[in-house]
Each structure stands twice: as C-alpha cells, then as structure tokens.
Design a protein around this ligand. Structure first.
Ligand code: ADP
Length: 427
C-alpha cells in the first residue's frame, strides 16, 4: 500500500535507497498531512504559503491548489470575537517573525472563511529557524473549535440557569432564618439559636456560591457586562479602603493606604522598574468601577480572612504605562506549589491553616477574568507564615489621554444620556 520497499534495494544500491527512503518519507508525511483534520500551513519568510493541507482547505474554504503560492494574508484573515481584524501585534502569524522564541498560541481567534463565515479557531504558530536562529518561515496548525465552543456555551448556560433558579429559594431560607434569629420577631432557646446561626451561615455561604457560579459562567462565555469609564484610581481606592475598613477593624487588623512610590514590579519577572517620582501622581485608567470594586473587595476580604494578626496594606504605584494596585497582608501565606493554580476555578489551598476557613474557590478566578477584561494582569507573591501580596497591573492613561477621554464621555453623556446609561458595553 505505502510501498515501503527499501530493504531489497538497500543491498543493491545505496544512492537509490536513500532516494527511495526520502520518497517514502515524503509520501508518509503527505499521507499524514492529508489525513489529519487540523489545518496545517507552512509559510516562508515572505509570508508565501508553501504548504496547505486538505484540513486547512476544509476550514478556510480555500482549495489547496489556489491557496499555495498566495500571500497568507489573503487566505488567513483573523479577527477577534467582535469581528474586528487582528492588528499586526495581535496576529501570531506576523508576531512569529519578531524573533519569537517558541510557538505562539491563540485560542480566542476567529477566522474569516473564503465565503465570509466567521469560524472560531484554536491556532498555534511555530517558527522555523536556520542555524543562525533567524526565522525563515513558520508552521501554523489550526482547528475549528465551533463544536467545543457550543458545548462550553451549553455548559455555562446550564450553570447560569441552575444557579439563578437556586438563588431564589436560598435567599428565602436565609431570610426566614434571619427572622427566626431576630429577638423582636421570634423567641428561641439558646440551643436552637446555635443551630439556627449555623444554618444561617451555611445558607449565606450557599448564596455566595450561587452568585459566584453565575458570575464565573458569565465571565466564561463573555456575558460579563462592563461599562468602562475613566476613573482616577487614587481617590477610587482610598474611598473603597475606607468602606472596607470595618472588616479589618472587626478582626483587630491594622489597615494602611499608600499611594505613589513609583516602583512597579513586573508581572513576568519580579523585576523592579524605577519610574519618575511625582509629588501627587494621578493614576487614570479606563475600567468599570463596579467590577473593579468587586475585584478589590474580594482581595481585601481574602486578606482579612487569611490573616490572624498584623496589617493589611492597600497600595497604588505606577510608571508611565502601568497603574499598579496591591493588597498586602501579614497572614498565613500561600505555598509556592499552589501559586500557579490559584487563579483557576474552584482552586483552594488545602492545608491546616486554611481548611477551616469557608470559601468557594471562585473569587480569584472571577478577579482574573475581570482584570483581563481591561487588558490587565493579576498575580501574587507570597511567603508561607509571612503573608501575601496580590498585584494588579492596569494600562495607565496619561493625563492628556485622560483629558480626551473625559471630554469624549462628557460629550457622549450630553448627546445621548439614555443610551450611555443603558447600553452595556460587552467586552
Ligand atoms: P475562596 O473563596 O476559597 O477564598 P478564592 O478564589 O478567593 O476562593 O481564593 C482561592 C484560595 O487562595 C483560597 O482558598 C486560599 O487558600 C488562597 N488565598 C487567597 N487569598 C489569600 C490570602 N490573602 N492569603 C492566603 N491565602 C489566600
């Protein structure tokens, strides 16, 4: 079938054998490339398609014979979920020629087929390099993920509906338990009060779990509403810290708010970049204040929850590009092996210091999803028994851009107050 007849020839003629072996190898590669469902495309350093398999034809709608020798830009058109064309910086096929060290992956891209259909794909582009490590071409492997997306959507719709439906009876139970515990409405003996208090706590926990499930399902399928506006983080966080003070006071923890030493720690390497010292820096960002409040409150509540004594510091730093918020505690800390998983769904550190503390394991996942809505980054640095610092980096708007943004918002609100108030900007 495949015609692997090299053995016999081997003894007779070495040259013809290697030619045969090479032919066999090529044949095998061709068979594999033809058989796999994934799209495989090879481009040279000028971006001309040198190889295009039938899988790629099926996904893109471009016949193999037509696609070969064309510039990949006319064949592989990538967009985001809103249908906006990828910029050079977003496109893995262009970025791979910018000295990329390894493969670039993109699981959120959409491909516009030959007849204009938008197909969700998962894409991985690997560089081909010569002996001087110069990129001479690239191999792109892509897969149509329509079915996976549909299943994800159905899953998260189910979770949304279920948690939404369950929240109502749980709220009713919580309400009645609160009434039973209210001296002015009910009379209960001490033992019964103890049981009711436990039941009340558990119902509150259940209510929070359903709320978090609902939010995380929305975050997953992009239904998290967001109305980003211009805010100045300094005053925003100061106000919020004052609102949160009560929780720290109740546990006897000191609380500090600090703005503006201009050191920014880099999310990738922990490197310190020293920016310019400014007397009273203003940190403008464009985010939804309600969503940002959710994130900071969650980090603050965790800091209180996982700290028995000491201090919580809420701080703000920045350089020209970045505004950095941090929430530092002197609590139990997080083991280094747990840190990489912390922002995943349902992940909770399981040790004697945390086991007895209630939680859903969804808070940090939701925080990450919200921060990513604004092209931000969230991460943690921590030492067990010493404490943790959660950092958030957000793109900072300089004063001029902030002023322009403010003017634009004012004009928009004057022109069309109702639309701006009711139109959720879906990110
Ligand atoms: P939870 O509802 O369990 O608090 P989160 O997603 O907010 O869920 O946090 C995930 C886990 O991360 C927690 O269970 C806890 O183990 C750990 N964690 C979060 N914040 C802190 C902190 N400030 N100090 C120590 N551990 C923390």
């Amino acid at each position: 079938m495949l015609g692997f007849g090299g053995k016999k020839n081997n003894a007779l003629n070495n040259t013809s054998v290697s030619a045969g072996a090479m032919r066999d190898e090529r044949q095998t590669s061709a068979i594999i490339l033809n058989a796999i469902e994934d799209g495989v495309m090879l481009i040279d350093h000028e971006g001309v398609i040198q190889l295009f398999n039938p899988g790629a034809e099926k996904i893109t709608g471009w016949p193999v014979n037509e696609a070969r020798k064309l510039d990949y830009r006319s064949v592989i058109k990538l967009t985001n979920e809103k249908g906006e064309a990828y910029t050079r910086e977003q496109n893995p096929l262009t970025m791979i020629f910018n000295n990329a060290k390894g493969a670039i992956r993109d699981n959120k891209a959409f491909l516009i087929t030959r007849n204009g259909r938008q197909v969700p794909i998962s894409l991985s582009v690997s560089p081909l390099t010569d002996e001087r490590q110069t990129t001479t071409g690239a191999v792109a492997v892509f897969r149509d993920v329509t079915q996976e997306r549909l299943e994800e959507k159905q899953r998260s719709e189910f979770i949304s509906t279920a948690s939404h439906e369950m929240r109502t009876p749980v709220a009713a139970i919580e309400g009645y338990l609160a009434l039973a515990l209210n001296d002015r409405v009910s009379t209960v003996d001490e033992r019964a009060r103890g049981y009711l208090e436990k039941a009340h706590e558990s119902t509150q926990h259940l209510g929070k779990l359903f709320q978090d499930l609902l939010t995380s399902a929305k975050a997953e399928d992009g239904r998290l509403t967001s109305h980003p506006i211009l805010i100045e983080l300094g005053s925003f966080i100061e106000q919020l810290t004052n609102d949160l003070r009560f929780a720290a006071d109740k546990k006897g923890l000191a609380l500090e708010f600090s703005v503006g030493s201009a050191d920014v720690i880099d999310a990738t390497g922990g490197k310190t970049i020293v920016g310019q010292k400014v007397i009273k820096p203003l940190y403008y960002v464009k985010v939804d204040p309600d969503r940002m409040r959710e994130v900071i409150t969650n980090l603050f509540d965790n800091a209180v929850k996982y700290t028995d004594q000491g201090k919580i510091t809420v701080g703000l730093n920045g350089d020209n590009q970045v505004a950095q918020i941090y929430i530092r505690d002197t609590g139990v800390g997080i083991p280094s092996e747990d840190i990489p998983h912390l922002f995943q769904k349902f992940y909770r550190v399981d040790n004697s210091a945390t086991r007895t503390i209630g939680g859903t394991g969804l808070g940090l996942y939701i925080c990450r999803k919200i921060v990513e809505l604004y092209q931000g980054r969230i991460w943690v640095e921590s030492t067990v028994s010493k404490g943790s610092t959660f950092f958030i980096n957000l793109p900072r708007l300089n004063n001029e851009r902030a002023e322009n943004e403010r003017r634009r918002e004012t004009a928009e609100n004057t022109l069309n107050p109702i639309t701006t108030l009711t139109n959720p900007v879906l990110q």
